[in-house]
Design a protein around this ligand. Structure first.
Ligand code: SF4
Length: 219
């Protein structure tokens, strides 16, 4: 099975089987913002992995239900665990400033994480925890149907594009998967800790702006 076949299962399989089941209780077709709100409710009470035991609250993600572009980080940190919102600490402020630099606001995009609950001491999520949480991200992608998804850092890259790729080698490149363009970027937290990565990430964001322009996704 190729990496692309695996991704076919990731998205198409979820659309066919799980999404209708997830929303069946409503008995009607939901609008995207309603579907996202219902997903957020379900994520907040999810206990599908051990991270439910140590979290203060889950962080479902937030943004525009019609967003053409999504950003997907790793997992909530202390501030996100406290507030229930994604990317609100220093790396979130850095992300906000980079968005503004290319003419985007948070209200224009959707921001989520691979894992929705904070790992204790900000450790890396385990493979089992990533797998347990992956249906939530797949569902949000199915609902929003973004044109471009930016995995931020290693965990989102491995889950969304290819587990064999390295962020240091493919940051800023584009990968087309079933009508969605994936553009992996360094995680803002990593770029805050290393000056050389900071400028690389800013350069990649500028290249992303040009890509969005060329596709008519940014004025
Ligand atoms: S990390 Fe994801 S799968 Fe685990 S409890 Fe939280 S929402 Fe559920």
């Amino acid at each position: 099975m190729t990496a692309e076949d695996e991704q076919d299962g990731l998205y198409a399989g979820f659309a066919r089987r799980e999404l209708p089941d997830l929303f069946a209780e409503e008995g009607r077709a939901l609008k995207a913002d309603e579907a996202l709100a219902l997903l957020a409710e379900k994520i907040r009470v999810c206990r599908n992995c051990g991270l439910a035991l140590s979290r203060r609250q889950a962080v479902p993600g937030e943004g525009n239900a019609q967003a053409a572009i999504m950003f997907v980080g790793e997992a909530p940190g202390a501030m996100e665990d406290k507030t229930g919102r994604p990317f609100v600490g220093p790396s979130g402020k850095f992300l906000d400033s980079m968005l503004a630099d290319i003419g985007l606001a948070r209200a224009d995009v959707f921001i989520a994480n691979v894992n929705r609950c904070r790992p204790p001491e900000n450790r890396n999520p385990s493979a089992q925890e990533v797998e347990a949480c992956s249906p939530w991200l797949r569902a949000q992608i199915q609902v929003i149907q973004p044109k471009v998804v930016c995995p931020l850092g290693r965990f989102a890259l491995e889950m969304l594009v290819d587990p064999h790729l390295q962020i240091s080698k493919v940051h800023g490149q584009s990968f087309e998967r079933h009508g969605i363009l994936f553009v992996p970027l360094y995680h803002p937290a990593a770029a805050l800790h290393r000056q050389d990565l900071r400028q690389t990430l800013i350069n990649d964001m500028h290249a992303l702006r040009d890509l969005l322009h060329s596709r008519g996704l940014l004025d």
